[in-house]
Design a binder for this molecule. Sequence first.
Ligand code: NAD
Length: 497
Amino acid sequence: MAVLSVPEQAGAVLTANPRMLIGSDWVAAASGDTLPVIDPATEATIAHVAAGDAQDVDRAVRHARDAFEAGVWRRMPPAAQSRLLYRLADAIEAEVELLAHLETVDSGKPLTLSRQEVLQAAEFVRYYAGWPTKIYGTVNPVPSDMLSYSRREPIGVVAGIAPWNCPLINAVYKVAPAIACGNSVILKPAEQTSLTSLRLGQLCLDVGIPPGVVQVVTGYGETVGDALVTHPGVDKVAFTGSTETGRAIARRGADTLKKISLELGGKSPGIVFADADLEAAVSHLFSPFGVWYNSGQICVQASRLLVQREVHDAFVESVMARSATLRLGSPFEPTTELGPLVSDDQLGRVLGYLDLAADEGAEVLMGGKRAEREGYFVEPTVLACMRPEMRVANEEIFGPVVGVIPFDTDDEAVAMANGTEFGLAASVWTSDISRGHIMADRLQSGVVWINTFADTDSSVAFGGTKQSGYGRECGEESIHTYTQTKSVYCRLQPLWS
Ligand code: NAD
């Protein structure tokens, strides 16, 4: 049999009938509706995926519940669950080229970054593959005529609702810990980027994870997403996305008192002190893996750069010099550093903020407009003369736009850094490590990086404070959000003796 090239394999995925994974079957939406897959680099419609609705969600919930009650997964020996999760990680890694190609054509992310994210997704699954054999309970210190133990049990049916910015990573962030704890999970990818989540569903079946344990229902947020959030058969919603949608989900999930975890937006400060190694700070923050990563469409983007006044001008000069050579272009070109934004909607949102920045009196040091080429490209943009009270200094733009704001004292930096509704991430740049740790203590933020930026590790809890959400992903904390405690008391001497 002829071996297909990666573009041929991707072509086969794109021309396949629009189907989603319900139970063990690949099915069209009950309504027959589809939604377009648009390549953001060319603005062309390249495929369609099924646009599900409440009927499809209801079917998926029944399968998920049946699998959970039958115990096909949660009662499987933990070592066997582990083995299947390790196989899933290997299967993702074995398909790195196909998955990366699909991610790039779907989201516009440069292929070099997509490859890296697929490998990161495989490592993440591998990390959780180790957990089924390590979820311990406790034996409790009750009086000696009693035995009491507490065990961690799966919650039941989990809905994982994901955003479009890092589609496969966000998908495995939901699926891997949910099933490592014995739950059934229904994954709803963002309507802009469903392709790698659908492929993940197939890989779960291929490695032998029983049908109904992982399902993928595609469609819009207000239909599929809302149906999952309000369905009485869904026990938990794990959501990553905007703060606005997170609030709506918390409200809509209240009627059924669902357990909800929310990974939301940010307006993360990067605080550069005068004693920092300025060149190191700029080259790290302004690398393609820094503020321009994924064209700025990352939740932890250091979109507010607070720079101590005595080095402000030198910092800006260094940023301009470094950014002059940034390569914006086709995401399939190996030299491309910035691809397009994900969609026409996102382009409109970012351009709207650029207009607002001008209205509010910010100075555009570079960029500031749509790139003159096909696709949803925006030039990397640095704004100066920002004041903390401006909307562009407080609201999440989610594009290749950063603003520089000067400060004088540590107290002023802390007040500005903590002065938005968000509290997701912050970075501190200083050669005084004690000052770095003091700042880490004072910042209202789920993550603080000192002299580094955007590092994550599967073992380290990640998530936001304030309006950036609640609950944590990664590490052991994720195990706690996908399990609940049951306490058992047993009298050792029968009452009747
Ligand atoms: P979004 O909130 O528009 O959509 C996210 C997901 O929610 C999509 O799958 C969407 O279909 C679904 N959805 C939309 N409305 C819904 C509703 N009423 N009920 C249920 N589901 C609904 O977010 P986005 O534009 O896809 O993603 C960008 C946002 O995600 C940014 O704010 C970014 O900061 C945030 N984000 C946060 C993290 C984090 O870990 N904190 C990571 C990545 C992205």
